[in-house]
Design a binder for this molecule. Sequence first.
Ligand code: PEP
Ligand code: MN
Length: 255
Amino acid sequence: MKNETPFIDKNEFLFIGGPCAVESSEQMKAILSLPFGPSVIRGGIYKMRTNKNSFQGLGIVGIELIKEIKKSHKLSFVTEITDPRQIDGLLPIVSCFQVGARNMYNYELLKELGNYQVPVILKRGFSATISEWLGASEYLQALGQENIILCERGVRSFDNKLRNLLDLGSVIYLKKNTAFKVIVDPSHAMGDRRYVSDAAVAALAAGADGIMVEVHPDPDNALSDGQQSIGPEIATELVQKIKELAPHFNKVLRV
Ligand code: PEP
Ligand code: MN
């Protein structure tokens, strides 16, 4: 049966915020109690780290932690899935799966996810062309276009001043030529919290349907990606700014 409720409605600009990785119950509750009351929260439970000695995510402990929080808080939870064997464990807590840049080409994972009625955010691979990215989306096609959300997160380039090269051209192209919802991850694109808000506003102007931003209650002490995570103050300012600007682009902010 097809899921009839799109994850992002027409004319909505969705703000997905939350830490790179779920670290503790206190951390997640701090995100939930931000002044703008975020309802769609991201948080990695299975992390794909470049260095195997880096924090790998809480795994099953993280799943239990989110289950506990869901008993008392209404939240829509987005988390990365890195292996089809995680599906059963994650299904009770996810509203939307995230397939990360490293797994965009993992066609077996994509085929498997196509069997479930859970929306999927498909991130662009580090060096994937738009055609390769759209090719990967076809493995998810059983979900229908309204439940596949493409996420531009920057690509590798010759320039190492920023973490990645945010390709807003891809957003413009995809919105003009496909029916997909397209969101932008300004955090992994820029790699530095000082630039995240401006990139997020640029995403709105480029026609994106939302942003997925790393927000941490205490970025300097985050277990992963602290340098690019925005804290409560910047997040609150960003949400306010987008709320004001969205109507100029025929969108309404959903936070
Ligand atoms: C993430 O969103 O946590 C992440 C690891 O991003 P990416 O797959 O784009 O590197
Ligand atoms: Mn991250």
